[in-house]
Write a protein that binds this ligand. Sequence first.
Ligand code: NAD
Length: 314
Amino acid sequence: MNWQDQHVIVAGGAGFVGGHLVRAVLQRGARVTVLDNFHTGMRDRFAGVSNARLKIVEHDVCAPIDLSCDLIINLACPASPKKYQAAPLETWRTSIFGAVHLSELALRQGARFVQASTSEVYGDPLEHPQRESYCGNVSFTGPRACYDEGKRAAETYLMDLHREVGLDLRIARIFNTYGPGMALDDGRVVSNFVVQALSGRVLTIYGDGLQTRSFCYVSDTVDGLLALAETDDCADKIFNIGNPKEQSVLDLANLVAEMTKQDLSVQNGPAAGDDPRRRCPDISRARAILGWSPKVSLEEGLRSTLAEFRGRLS
Ligand SMILES: NC(=O)c1ccc[n+]([C@@H]2O[C@H](COP(=O)([O-])OP(=O)(O)OC[C@H]3O[C@@H](n4cnc5c(N)ncnc54)[C@H](O)[C@@H]3O)[C@@H](O)[C@H]2O)c1
């Protein structure tokens, strides 16, 4: 793919991952149009970016849109449980109607379509680590279902569109991604710990802290999404994009405390509803077909995250 010839639509581009992805795509020389309704995105996300090839359009992906484009990357959807549980109907509509309207636009334009799906499609997994073939263990009426099931239904629709009418499709099942630029009130575990530690507050662990996650630094996730967009020959359409190093939430708390030179003082809160016990991607498919694997260690990623959050908090 020659990025300089590409007009790329990034839906949800004013969000956390979008902010990094849009900058990376601009750096490759493409033209970028961000579509965002700023539900969880930041209006000043690109305040420091002066680039005539970047256009920002306020648009809710639940409505159709017509624009010329060569590639659509659909990130539009609140990703933090705190944010999507506060707006379950909107989350559900965004997942489904956003995927429908944007994929139809891709078909009309002959554009490639990259969908940001999620490890949440595996629910509270009974298989470990999770391969793309695993069908998951999702509570479909629980408090996370608007997001988990919304993303699953979007995958169903997109796979049918690919099989029936040849949508040029890639689906990234993204696992917990963290890094600079997350909203201070994001509510996910890394940003919670970082904000609490930097403010000298007690770190709150929901549940016993033995639940595991696999934390992927945002530049690695962005590289994975770009590799997916660039790779022409992929018979498989669905790829886990995440860091296979599994950590307990308690280990993460210890590391954040150590790096911020705080005595670890943990307050255990009630476990979140339907919180998965273990989460770890099998990334052999992405390694083999995309030649992608994460490069940034948790310590390195946390160092950059702490530095950027420290700047915003002061
Ligand atoms: N960050 C992660 O750990 C993670 C993990 C798995 C999947 N993902 C997926 O990656 C994508 C981006 O995640 P993020 O962490 O950047 O989330 P985010 O909440 O920071 O960004 C989402 C963006 O989508 C926009 N948006 C929401 N509803 C919209 C609508 N109806 N119309 C237009 N724009 C809308 C928001 O305003 C925001 O800018 C999401 O689709 C998410 O499901 C992220």
